[in-house]
Structure formats: C-alpha cells, structure tokens
Design a protein around this ligand. Structure first.
Ligand code: SF4
Ligand code: MG
Length: 318
C-alpha cells in the first residue's frame, strides 16, 4: 500500500522552476529520507503535500495521500488529513508549541481535538510523554516551553505528532537545531516509536548519514530534482550518482583522521538557473558536453535508480 505518492510534481514561483518532476512514493510503514543541501527543494516538496506552498507558488503533477488526490480535495477534507492522518515535525519545536500554555495543556488539547475525553486526556498525555522518553512527567506537564531544552521540547512535539495516531509523519530537519548527542537521541525516539506504531515517515535532512540511520530508502535531491534513490542499507555500496558520492565523501567520518576533508566543490545550484541538461553539470567532475545539453532521467542501477549519463554508458563507470 502506498501512503504518499508524488507523480511528476512540479513547482514554480513566477516562471522560475523550484521543483522539476519529482516522482517518489512512501509505502505504508516505510521511512523515506529526502536528502540534499539547503535550497534543493526538500522543504518545498514536503510543503506541497498539505498544500502549504508559499503564496505565488504554482504546482503541477499529482500528489496522492492515502489514495486522495491532494489538488482535488476541498478545505474540509484537507483539514481532516492535517489534523488526523498526517503529522508534521519541524526544525524548531518552539514554533510549534504555544509558548504560554503548559506542556500538559498543549498535549491534552491535541488529544481533546481527537475526541478523547477530558478525564482520559491527561493520562494519555502522560503516556505519550513516557513513550518519547520524557522523565519527571508530572513536573513536565506543569512546565511551559521556555523551561524545557530544545531536545526535550522536540520530544513533546513528537509526542503530539503521535497523539493523532497518524499514518504518515512529515519531519523537516527535526533535529538540525539540536546538538549532536541530543540529535541522536531524538532521532532514535522517532525511529522507535514509528516502528512500534507502523507509521510511515518522510524524513527531510541535509545529513545523508543521519537519514540513512532512520530510513529504509534514501532519495537524494539536487536543484529541485531527485537524482538518486536507493535503499539506505546499500548507501555506501551502491550510491552511483556523482553528487551522492560527493556527499558521502564530504562527511567528517568518511576520511581518516588528519586527512583532508573533501567537500562538494562549488555552490549548490538553484533549480531556476540549472543547466538545460543535468542539474549537477556545473559542479560535476565527470561532466561532458552532452551533460550540459541532455537531461538524464532516473534509471535502475544496482539496488536503486540514478539520473546520470555516465551510468547509461557503462553501468560501473562512475
Ligand atoms: Fe555528472 Fe554528467 Fe552524470 Fe550529471 S549526467 S552527474 S554532469 S556525469
Ligand atoms: Mg529546508
């Protein structure tokens, strides 16, 4: 079963392309990582799921969420999906939680909106906090957001997301604002809880390794396009697109201590002034004249698929 399906999604602002033909599916209970540098179109892809695109943006192609075509839903149906079937977790938990309400009130309100009785809501809220590893629950319920650390507050946001028993969680850089240790803890909680509940996840990150640690499949985005899709477990072995490989080499852990860290040369490409051919051509060390004029499409290679001319000519040439 497919929870979410993007079929040739295109987004333009004015006449500038932001997303160019994004095709991707998320199956029931599956976690898909959408990875790329900032500006690659990850957030725009997520925002289009619930029709939250900025003013002036126009979308083409189709998005199906739990079988419904998003573009054809009326506002009431869309609100239903937002409040019940799909939960969102953003980078900054302080933007999600009402700063003046207590944590207990915030969570019980989410539950009350789901039809949970007043008597049960506080108990359920406490249970959810326990699920996401929050301790001293009675005290936490009486506290306000400013009294909690970013990591603790992000756990509260995850608890609220789980409260609606969604089929899909959209998480946009949920741990980027946190320090590395907290980041790992919060990601582990999200991973554990979504497995326990069978919730599908679309996980947006600029960190390939982090996404691979929590996702079943990885989709790599560049300049508004998906350039490679592959199983997370095969990331190191099967990554074939020059951009994915450059991202893998640019991780501190990827080079022996003392060796020079290779970053992806050049600056990220904006979709609207990408070359007519391959979007990565300006930064790619393998680019030929053909790459600048002919656009490569995603084709099966090894365990996944990649969009690169090099792989069409010789399957092991990259
Ligand atoms: Fe590089 Fe050409 Fe492949 Fe694009 S199509 S990634 S420019 S080799
Ligand atoms: Mg973003």
């Amino acid at each position: 079963m497919t929870v979410l399906e993007f079929d040739r999604l295109r987004v333009t602002i004015g006449n500038r392309p932001i997303l160019r033909e994004v095709t991707l599916t998320v199956a029931t209970g599956e976690a898909v990582g959408l990875v790329g540098e900032s500006g690659s179109g990850k957030s725009m892809t997520v925002k289009s799921v619930l029709r939250m695109l900025p003013a002036g943006a126009a979308a083409g192609g189709t998005i199906r969420l739990l079988g419904a075509e998003i573009g054809k839903l009326d506002e009431a149906a869309l609100r239903n999906l937002r409040s019940r079937d799909v939960a969102m977790v953003f980078q900054d938990p302080r933007a999600t939680v009402n700063p003046v309400r207590t944590i207990g009130d915030f969570l019980t309100e989410v539950l009350r909106d789901q039809g949970v009785s007043k008597a049960q809501a506080r108990q359920r809220a406490a249970g959810l906090l326990a699920d996401v590893g929050v301790d001293h629950i009675d005290r936490r319920m009486r506290q306000r957001p400013h009294e909690l650390s970013g990591g603790l507050l992000q756990r509260v946001v995850i608890a609220a997301a789980l409260a609606t028993e969604p089929k899909l969680i959209l998480a946009d850089e949920p741990t980027t604002a946190l320090d590395v240790t907290t980041q790992e803890e919060v990601v582990a909680i999200l991973d554990e809880q979504r497995h326990k509940r069978g919730t599908a996840l679309l996980f947006i990150s600029h960190d390939l390794e982090l996404a691979a640690a929590v996702c079943d499949r990885i989709a790599v985005m560049y300049a508004g396009e998906i350039v490679e899709i592959l199983p997370a477990a095969r990331l190191h072995e099967d990554a074939r697109h020059p951009y994915t490989r450059a991202l893998l080499r640019s991780r501190p852990g990827a080079v022996p201590p003392g060796a020079r860290l290779e970053t992806v040369p050049g600056t990220p490409q904006a979709a609207f002034d990408a070359p007519a051919g391959c979007v990565f051509a300006d930064r790619c060390g393998h680019a030929t004249a053909n790459c600048f004029s002919v656009r490569p499409v995603l084709r099966p290679v090894d365990s996944g698929s990649a969009a690169c001319h090099l792989l069409e000519e010789s399957p092991h040439g990259a």
